[in-house]
Design a protein around this ligand. Structure first.
Ligand code: C2E
Ligand code: CA
Ligand code: CA
Length: 724
């Protein structure tokens, strides 16, 4: 969130920076264009003043030449003077020639006669060649300028005049100043107009007309400066506001006269040039802004995409596309936090023997199965896959038992790509309290779940506090079990097995006891836990080795020993090697050892193979707790067993009417050459019955409880003595 705000601030700042720098750039460009325009204007003014100066100079020269010739040739006759003029190559510069006499009488080369007596003083004043202001010709009313020079002819002064059209100067002006939007003037040092490009009468005074039009407040100084510059024949440029528009003014003195070239152009010509620059820079700025926005959008988009990917990596299970453990904790906690009732249940669900399913049908089918399970559970409030085959569910319901049944039923048959598979869901449930922490709820639902792992009689289990206490106890046990093994706290008790016919001890079963600080803990308290945490694998081998040592020590002929082997070993055949090695180490004939395999291990091809391997190594096999599992009598013929141990639950029924089953089992076993052992025999009546039905061996409190090593030796020897 913070990062995004920072990014947006950065983008806004850089946009602002771009706009600001383009503005600064434009101001700079405007200044540059203004300067450049003024420079160009000054240049233009200069060029035109030179052109006009050249013309005036040339015309002066023509007049001087004519005057010189008149004087040299002493031409007194007007006719001959005009002829001189007519012969002059440059006469085309002028419209006519005139001779003015002292009385003001003036005659022209084209035969006109005018009297200029009011101006005699003006024309006769100087001896130098001069040029007049613009005036209207009295002959043809054209606007003209007069070049004149006073000469003395036979001591009488006359003025020779060459008359030029004012238009001739205007034709020298720059063809078109800034597309006709600029004006050019020739003015005298006092501002009187000589010629102009604006088709105005050349009678006005430019200073006066400017003063009328300009904003005097702002331009007072400028116009005064301009007047003073022009008066002093100096050049210059000004920017003035005329009728509310800015105008650029440039002026240059034309040498050899008090004339000046003045150019006035509106500022809009600068604006036009500027407009082009503005258009280009606006386009560039827009391109830059669009690029920045595009880059920013790309960065933001890829950030969002990256975030989404990271989110998926962190919270989504890639197989089922459900949330994972972290998602479950996060969203589950949110749901528990906002919920105000106690109808929230956390369910931990796994699939019994999913690993075997994977092995059997392949991981691909296993994954598809998980996806289908996810689909079926999806109508619950939250469904996540927490690990392998473990799903976490949060459901809100007023009838959790019904809901749990529904979940169980919905998962028991699952279709994966046209094949229907039977799976056995294990469902642990915890009812959340208000303000419950999700992790605690998961722990407690897991406790309930673990409670029924392997128990096919229950469809689900709802957590209660006693489970937690037991779990605590189990935790304590788990913490000390390794140490206990090292301290030799696990001891062996031997329970004798008696031949029913001669009542001799023929065998003994090794049964583990945990001697915790002098207090004997019976295996029922720790074996199931050790099977769950697989510590049993170590313990069984430890017991087996101890038994082998004891057998060596007892050195009892005609007595075999049986040792319990947990079904947890049966995932591989490797454990048989270990048993074999230990027996060899103590030089015990495996024939004297019976391995007790409990019937609830499930009799399938795997177990049968294991039994065959055990037999190969020479050990005897007894099938323990027969009658509690699912195996039927028919299965016995396929199994390589030596001994069948009839479970105590059958023996307990002796005395009741429906006990034919024991008889049946014993008959079947006898037919197959399998020895029968009756477990948990406590009464004389039971012994009698078992003898009658042909049972071979009796194990039970009737003869002896499990005994410690010394007691066992004593029992065997006294028994032998007694029997003898
Ligand atoms: P199990 O293999 O069925 O062992 C027989 C159990 O019945 C023993 O209980 C024994 O003390 C008891 N028992 C024998 N005769 C009578 C009787 O007349 N009346 C009554 N009420 N009980 C009798 P224990 O020693 O408590 O062992 C319980 C179970 O723990 C064993 O059942 C066996 O499954 C397991 N176990 C014991 N030691 C080991 C071992 O070293 N490794 C493994 N994997 N399991 C063991
Ligand atoms: Ca046993
Ligand atoms: Ca048993």
């Amino acid at each position: 969130m913070k990062k995004r705000v920072l990014l947006i601030i950065c983008i806004c700042l850089s946009l602002l920076l771009i706009i600001l720098s383009s503005a600064i750039y434009l101001i700079y460009i405007q200044k540059l264009i203004t300067e450049n325009t003024l420079k160009n204007l000054a240049e233009l003014t200069k060029q035109d003043s030179i052109k006009i100066e050249n013309k005036i100079e040339e015309d002066f020269r023509v007049l001087n030449n004519i005057c010189d010739e008149i004087e040299i040739n002493n031409l007194t006759n007007a006719q001959s003077i005009f002829e001189l003029y007519e012969r002059n190559e440059l006469k085309t510069n002028f419209t006519r020639m005139a001779i003015m006499y002292q009385n003001g009488n003036t005659i022209t080369s084209d035969g006109e006669n005018v009297n200029l007596k009011d101006e005699v003083e003006y024309f006769f004043e100087s001896d130098d060649v001069q040029i007049s202001r613009s005036r209207k010709s009295k002959i043809d009313m054209q606007e003209i300028n007069i070049y004149f020079k006073k000469i003395n002819l036979e001591n009488e002064p006359i003025v020779i005049m060459l008359i030029a059209e004012t238009d001739a100067y205007e034709r020298l002006f720059a063809n078109s100043i800034y597309n006709g939007r600029g004006y050019e003037y020739i003015i005298t040092s006092k501002g009187v107009m000589i010629a102009n490009s604006a088709n105005q009468e050349n009678t006005q005074n430019i200073f006066e007309s400017l003063r009328e039009d300009i904003d005097l407040k702002e331009n007072q100084n400028k116009i005064e400066e301009m007047e003073s510059d022009i008066n002093k024949a100096q050049n210059g440029q000004k920017i003035m506001k005329i009728n509310n528009y800015n105008y650029y003014i440039s002026y240059t003195n034309i040498g050899i006269s008090d004339w000046n070239v003045l150019i006035i152009t509106p500022e809009s010509i600068v604006a036009e040039e500027l407009q082009e620059v503005i258009t280009i820079s606006t386009v560039i700025t827009i391109i830059i802004i669009i690029s920045i926005i595009a880059i920013s959008v790309y960065i933001i988009y890829s950030n969002i995409k990256k975030k989404r990917e990271l989110y998926e990596l962190a919270y989504i299970d890639p197989i089922t596309k459900l949330g994972n453990y972290y998602y479950f904790c996060k969203e589950g906690q949110k749901l528990l936090d906002i919920s105000t009732n106690s109808n929230n249940y956390v369910i931990i669900l796994s699939i019994e023997k999913f690993q075997s399913f994977n092995k059997h049908y392949g991981h691909n089918t296993g994954n598809n199965l998980l996806i289908e399970i996810g689909n079926k559970l999806n109508k619950q409030n939250i469904v996540c896959r927490l690990s392998n085959d473990v799903f976490g569910i949060i459901t809100q319901t007023t009838n959790i038992k019904e809901e749990a049944e529904k979940i169980f039923e919905s998962l028991s048959k699952i279709k994966v790509k046209d094949e229907t598979y039977s799976v056995y869901p294990i469902i642990g449930i915890y009812q959340c309290k208000q303000n419950e922490q999700i992790l605690e709820a998961i722990d407690k639902a897991t406790i309930a779940h673990d409670e029924i792992v392997g128990d096919y009689n229950k469809k689900y289990c709802i957590f209660d506090e006693t489970m937690e206490n037991r779990i605590l106890e189990e935790h304590e046990i788990e913490e000390i079990m390794d140490e206990a093994l090292g301290n030799e706290e696990f001891e062996i008790y031997y329970q004798p097995k008696i031949n029913i016919l001669d009542e001799k001890v023929v065998s003994a079963e090794a049964l583990v006891r945990w001697n915790r600080n002098g207090k004997m803990i019976s295996p029922g308290k720790f074996i199931p836990l050790f099977e769950k945490n697989r510590f049993i694998l170590k313990l069984d081998l430890y017991i087996f080795e101890k038994v082998c040592k004891d057998i060596k020590e007892f050195n009892l002929k005609n007595i075999t020993f049986s040792v319990n082997v947990s079904k947890e070993h049966f995932n591989t055949l490797d454990f048989i090697d270990e048993y074999d090695k230990i027996a060899k180490k103590y030089k015990i004939n495996p024939k004297n050892i019976e391995l007790e395999i409990t019937e609830s291990a499930g009799i399938d091809t795997n177990i049968t193979n294991i039994m065959k391997e055990i037999k190969k190594r020479g050990f005897n096999i007894s099938l323990d707790d027969f009658g509690t599992g699912y195996s039927s009598l028919n299965m016995l013929q396929d199994m390589p067993i030596d001994v069948l141990k009839i479970d105590k639950s059958f023996i307990d029924k002796i005395g009741n009417s429906k006990i034919d089953i024991i008889k049946h089992i014993i008959n079947m076993a006898n037919e197959l050459g399998i020895i029968t052992v009756a477990e948990g025999v406590e009464t004389k009546e039971q012994v009698k019955y078992l003898k009658n039905v042909g049972c071979t061996i009796i194990q039970g409190y009737y003869y002896s409880k499990p005994l410690n090593k010394n007691q066992f030796i004593e029992y065997v020897s006294s028994y032998l003595q007694f029997k003898l």
